[in-house]
Design a protein. Structure first.
Length: 613
């Protein structure tokens, strides 16, 4: 049912504007309808014309009683003008040529990172003080996290979305095929896992456990506030829900088979239609009582849940009473909601379910035996009641729209049908298709380089999802105000580099494993064979002596015939068989093991003692 004009809506807000506009002598020939088109700044693909009615269209008695009519009325021509300037609300210390890190700090600054450092260190210390640590626990080697080290940790988290690998351990792999030196250069795997394991945002002993989001409430509240304060959005807003994937046990987990992530945590989002910037958001918390805004906004307490959700989120984002246009799908759209928004000088357009209370009977599916208004392809009917416009258009199927933004008009598209004739569609559908994708744009950018990982703690996954939302909002603002065109991938890479360079005091990782050992002297330089040097009392001029390479140690020589040679190394002064022992001795650090295995294989079995020294 269309509501009458409510006294809460102060028409004097823009009555003076109307009077001044039509009092201008240069505008005597301008009709009110032309003023509406200019006021709404409708982005049309082609021309517009009045919407034609279907031949079998007629008024139902029930619709007439409720105020719905097929006659054209003034409708939305008295909408409040939108005169907000789209600006970046930052201080004078914001640089003239801002970098990705400057935009990122608008949402996640040093104060918030300090909170992460403080709570992570406190949580780790409480576990250490509690005792009962396992022998191989990382806490035995725990060192407090610093601000710079937390920045490096967050930069590595962002980098995991740029280089996709199946597990965290793979990022520190030394395999020559998959190794990524960037991670090992900036932090060790053990340290990264230690910070991640004890990552915390709030003191559990002081938190309000009645709040389902108490685990990340400070961070969530901070982001919501910053999203609203940092940026003043354009007129067109899209309202929809997003999903943080989560399959584990959680009281307010939802299931939606129509979404790519069927199980997850649902978030309501109001985004700028053009850019995808998230202005206002809230987390669905199941049956948890919500803050009642009816009293603050002077609303009827009997309003539906979805109406309260939309009004509450728009109120928090400062989007009411400013002349914004909200586009939403049929989950939220209803005459009740659109009436309340209109009384708050906010206008809406969206697809609608014909079963909603207050929708015209002409749009509903009639009972068997009753006359129905059937449409063929391209036909359209409408009903108007005061400021509400309801449209039914048939393309491949019936599409039902509700709007307080548009007049009953058609828009010509820039394409033709099979017969070569131009295609016309209702103006509300054209605008809806153009402006409804804000939340989808944000969701797509978030998923492009996702940093989400499998975890047993739902709040940690939601934190990194919100962290990504903040990073994507920074990207949207950089693209709009930095004056430099960067792809999303380049933006994230540059952000990672700048986070690392802004953390000069972060400790560098200690190399794992044994330290490099200098090779022995026998493996350095040039070595030449010569005859063994004869002693003064020697009977032979070229005596033979035991080979130091192929003979077992003395205690293991039982049963083996010793090997002798008349040659020695001129530099090393040790006797060696020519040429094999000489070569192996000067090229292999484990020469005894190699020669022992070769001789054992030649004699039909292993050679005991070979390789011992």
């Amino acid at each position: 049912m269309a509501a009458p004009i409510d006294p809460r809506r102060d028409r004097n807000v823009f009555q003076d504007f109307f009077d001044d506009f039509f009092a201008d002598p240069d505008l005597d020939e301008v009709g009110e309808e032309a003023f509406y088109i200019d006021l709404q700044d409708v982005m049309l693909v082609g021309d517009i014309m009045d919407l034609d009615q279907a031949p079998n269209n007629r008024d139902f008695e029930a619709d007439v009683q409720e105020g719905w009519s097929s006659e054209r009325g003034e409708g939305a021509t008295v909408n409040m003008p939108f005169d907000r300037e789209t600006v970046l609300n930052v201080g004078e210390d914001f640089p003239e040529n801002p970098q990705p890190l400057d935009f990122f700090r608008l949402f996640v600054g040093d104060e918030m990172i300090d909170l992460l450092v403080e709570q992570t260190n406190d949580y780790a210390q409480r576990k250490i003080d509690a005792g009962n640590l396992k022998p191989h626990s990382r806490l035995h080697r725990w060192l407090p996290v610093t601000l710079d080290e937390m920045k490096v940790f967050l930069s590595l988290v962002i980098a995991t979305g740029l280089v996709i690998k199946p597990t965290i351990e793979e990022y520190w792999s030394q395999d020559e095929i998959t190794s990524t030196p960037f991670f090992t250069k900036n932090m060790s795997l053990v340290r990264f896992q230690a910070i991640l394991s004890h990552f915390h945002l709030v003191d559990n002993t002081r938190a309000n456990r009645a709040d389902p989001l108490y685990k990340l409430r400070p961070f969530f509240t901070h982001l919501r506030t910053q999203f609203v304060e940092v940026y003043t959005p354009e007129q067109d807003i899209s309202f929809d829900e997003a999903t943080c994937p989560w399959k584990g046990r959680l009281r307010f987990r939802v299931y939606n088979p129509a979404k790519p992530d069927k199980f997850g945590i649902k978030l309501y989002e109001a985004c700028e239609a053009k850019s995808g910037y998230v202005i206002s958001m809230d987390v669905y918390q199941g049956s948890t009582p919500r803050t009642n805004l009816c009293e603050a906004l002077q609303l009827d307490e009997d309003l539906g849940t979805t109406t309260q959700v939309v009004l509450g989120l728009l109120a928090f984002g400062g989007l009411l009473d400013k002349g914004h246009r909200i586009f939403m799908d049929n989950y939220y759209t209803s005459p009740e909601l659109f009436n309340e928004l209109y009384l708050l000088n906010t206008y809406a357009c969206g697809t609608v379910r014909t079963s909603r209370r207050g929708m015209p009977e002409a749009f509903k599916k009639q009972k068997r035996g009753a006359d129905t208004i059937k449409l063929t392809q391209g036909q359209t009917i409408f009903r108007q009641a005061e400021h509400l416009l309801a449209v039914k258009h048939h393309d491949k199927r019936d599409v039902h729209m509700l709007s307080t933004v548009h007049l009953p008009q058609h828009s010509k598209l820039d394409k033709v049908n099979d017969n070569g004739d131009p295609i016309w569609k209702p103006l509300c559908i054209v605008d809806y298709i153009k402006n409804m994708g804000g939340v989808d744009t944000s969701d797509q950018v978030i998923k492009n380089y996702s940093v989400l990982r499998k975890t047993v703690k739902w709040w940690r996954k939601l934190f990194f999802y919100l962290f990504t939302v903040a990073m994507c909002n920074a990207y949207f603002l950089h693209r709009k105000f930095a004056g430099v065109s960067l792809s999303h991938h380049e933006f994230r890479k540059l952000l990672v580099r700048q986070l690392i360079s802004s953390s000069p005091e972060a400790p560098k990782p200690v190399p794992r494993g044994r330290k490099a050992v200098n090779p022995p002297r026998r493996m350095i330089g040039t070595h030449r064979p010569t005859y063994n040097t004869a002693t003064v009392s020697a009977k032979r001029q070229r005596p033979q002596r035991d080979c130091v390479a192929c003979n077992p140690v003395r205690q293991n020589r039982a049963g083996f015939k010793r090997k002798q040679s008349a040659y020695q190394c001129e530099q090393c002064q040790v006797t060696l068989c020519i040429p094999h022992c000489f070569e192996v001795y000067h090229t292999r650090s484990d020469y005894q093991r190699v020669l022992g295995q070769q001789m054992g294989a030649a004699e039909g079995g292993p050679r005991d003692g070979a390789g011992d020294n």
